[in-house]
Design a protein around this ligand. Structure first.
Ligand code: NAP
Length: 285
């Protein structure tokens, strides 16, 4: 039997509709309009597209959103000054620094400047530390999207053997921590992992976060596993995007699987909006 599709586009749409209602309520009952400020340093084409998408999605649910474009040659202090200004501005509830920043800048130091109660992207050292402690306000948006998608489909995480392939700060590590927090037994794999197929074969829940087209083969998937494919890879010489998992084979063995596109991707922006609304509700005045 073929796996059920975890339809991230549909769930994200549902979430955005729920958020639009919450925004309306925040405005009418407390006079607060959730506001997200996105900082883009430089002109990386993919980042320009992503930041525009974030602004558009924010406005579509009735939030305010600013896109602050800083020149490629901005200094560390110039970027941090902009963040400090936003930290102090009571009308701003969420701050996101678009990743990656130009190479001459220290990204971790920049992220550390974002006030923790406005860190709606959840990837500053303080937010990640809180995730380790189990009391994070905000979690990196893609891992949160993964967890939310599973929860919306009623997939049990507790007690399951979860394997996360990839250990980046924005995806693999926080995804593993979020699964651990929900009482999965978690294994984290990376480029130095030995016998990866054998480890993946143990997974009741597999999160692929590698960035290599169809790297995980269908026959590595345990029968009945839940397969979450966060990968997003352009097939060379085409306009087709594929995930990190060989979907056509994995779909025959998994119980649930995310498509690429339309799985994890749409959930990421929905979570950014959700966390900005949460920040406005919790800390807004
Ligand atoms: P990244 O920072 O490049 O991390 C990739 C991870 O994969 C690293 O931990 C790396 O291990 C591991 N890896 C590389 N080769 C491997 C191998 N042969 N075997 C096992 N592990 C291997 O990438 P990322 O930012 O986490 O992104 C991963 C993918 O998710 C990309 O396709 C990206 O486009 C996608 N993504 C999607 C969204 C979304 O919204 N849907 C958001 C963010 C990212 P080492 O640590 O040992 O190098």
């Amino acid at each position: 039997m073929e796996a059920k599709i975890l339809d991230g586009s549909a769930v994200a749409k549902e979430i955005r509709a729920e958020l639009a209602q919450r925004v309306e309520k925040l405005k009418s009952e407390r006079g607060i309009t959730p506001r997200l400020s996105v900082i883009l340093v430089g002109t990386d084409p993919a980042s320009v597209t992503y930041t525009k998408m974030k602004k558009k999605a924010s406005e579509a649910i009735g939030m305010l959103s600013d896109l602050i474009e800083l020149p490629e040659d901005s200094t560390q202090e110039q970027v941090k000054d902009v963040i400090r200004g936003l930290n102090e501005d009571p009308t701003v509830h969420g701050i996101l620094v678009q990743h990656p920043v130009p190479k001459h800048l220290d990204e971790l130091d920049i992220l550390a400047t974002v006030a923790v109660e406005k860190d709606v992207d959840g990837i500053s050292a303080l937010s990640l530390g809180r995730l380790v402690l189990g009391n994070a306000d905000f979690v990196s948006c893609t891992p949160l999207g993964i967890i939310t998608l599973m929860e919306r489909y009623g997939i049990e995480i507790k007690g399951k053997e979860a394997v996360v392939v990839g250990r980046s700060i924005i995806l693999g590590k926080p995804a593993a921590l979020a699964l651990l927090e929900r009482n999965a037994t978690v294994t984290i794999c990376h480029s130095r992992t030995q016998n990866l197929p054998e480890v993946v074969r143990r997974a009741d829940i597999l999160v692929a976060a590698i960035g290599k087209a169809e790297f995980i083969k269908g026959d590595w998937i345990k029968m009945g596993a839940v397969v979450i494919d966060a990968g997003y890879n352009r097939v060379e010489g085409t306009k087709t995007d594929v995930g990190d998992v060989e979907f056509n084979e994995a779909v025959k063995r998994a119980s649930y699987i995310t498509p690429v596109p339309g799985g994890v991707g749409p959930m990421t922006i929905a979570m950014l909006l959700a966390q900005t609304v949460k920040a406005a509700n919790k800390y807004g005045r």
